[in-house]
Design a protein around this ligand. Sequence first.
Ligand code: GDP
Ligand code: MN
Length: 380
Amino acid sequence: MDLYEHMGKDLFRAHGIETPRGIVAFSGSDAASATGELGGRSVVKIQVQVGGRGKGGGVELCDTPDAAAAAADRMLGTDFKGFPVTRVLVEELLPIAREFYTSMVLDRSRGDYLAMTTAEGGMDIEEVARTRPDALRRVHIDPMLGLRAYHVRELIGTLPVEAWEGAGDTIRKMFELLVERDATLVEVNPLVLLEDDRVVALDAKVTIDDNALWRHPDIAGLAEQFPIDDVEARAKEKDLQYVKLDGEVGIIGNGAGLVMSTLDVVAQAGARAANFLDVGGGASADQMATSLEVVLSDPAVKVVLVNIFGGITRGDLVARGILEALERVQARVPIVVRLDGTNAEDGRRILSDAAHPKIVPASNMLEAAEEAADLAGATP
Ligand code: GDP
Ligand code: MN
C-alpha cells in the first residue's frame, strides 16, 4: 500500500525523523489558514499515490495565505496523472542549502534490503541513476545483521560533511521504520540540508507490504482515506482483476502470468501499460465487453492490447467475444489483438472477416506490443 506523503511523514515523526511542520488541507480556505499558522508562507503539495509532482505542477511555493488558497483551489478537484486530488499538504517553507536523495527498498531477488544515497537529489533522480550510476551509493543490508555503522558510513560518505550527522541519524531511523512497519520502500527525495545544517526529510514515499497490513491495523485503516476509483470499483463488481497503472497502453489478457509478461513486453517495446487486467479463465463475450469498457474508460489509454492464449478458452469464442463487445462498447482507440492457442486460427479468421476498423491483428506477443507502442506514439 502506497501512503500519501503526509501519512509517510506521520510515520517519520513517530520514528523521530525530522520533517517540516505541515497541515493537511481540504479546501482553499483551509490552506490559507494553515499558511497563516505556519508563518505566512508555505509550500502547497498535492497528495496522491504517485510521484513526479514537482515537475507536474503539484508543488507550489506560496508567499501569502491568499496565494496558498489559490494554489489549493487550483489543485483540489482535479486529477493528477489520473489520480483524483482530494487533499493538499501545506508545509512551512524552509531555507534549503542542498538537496540529497536516500532510499531503502526490500530487494526481493537478493532477499535483503538495498539502501541508496546520492548528493544529487531532487527531481532528476532517474536521470542521475541512468546517466551517472556511480553518483549513487548502494549498500546491501543483510536482514539478519541489520543496519551496521559501516553501512551508514558508506551511505553518508558521498554527502557533504555538514550533513553526515543528520543524514546518518535519518538513515538509522528509516531502517527502523522499514523493519518495524513492514515497509517495502522508504524513500526521501529530497532529503535536505538547511542553511543552519539541520537535515530534514522534505518528502516521504512509503510503501507498506500488503501482506503485512494485518500486523499494522493503524496503517491498514488509512486505506479508507484513498478515493475509490470508479473504474476499479466496476471491475471488482464483475470479478475482473484490474489495477490502474500510469502508462498509455491498456492491457487485457487471460491469466495473471500472461498479463504480467504482457506488461514486460510492452515496456520492452518502449511503451508503458495503463493497467493490469486479467479477464480470467472464461474470457466470455460478456467478460470481454466489460473488460474493454473498463479499460477504455481510462482517458489515459491511447491503444488497447488484447493478449489471449486459448487453453480451455477457445480462440474462436474469444474472437466472437471481442466483436460482440465492440457492438456494446464504442472503441475510441485502436485495439491490437494477439490470439494464440486453442482454435487461434479460427479466431484470427473471424476477426479478419469482420474487418472491424479498430481491430489490428498481431501474430505474436512482441509484434503486438511493438504495434501497440507504435500506435500509442511511444516509439520514435
Ligand atoms: P515530488 O516531485 O512529487 O517528489 O515532490 P517533492 O516533495 O519532492 O517536491 C518537489 C520539489 O519541491 C523539491 O525537490 C523541492 O525543490 C521543492 N520543495 C518542496 N518543499 C520545499 C520547501 O519547503 N522549500 C523549498 N524551497 N522548496 C521546496
Ligand atoms: Mn520527491
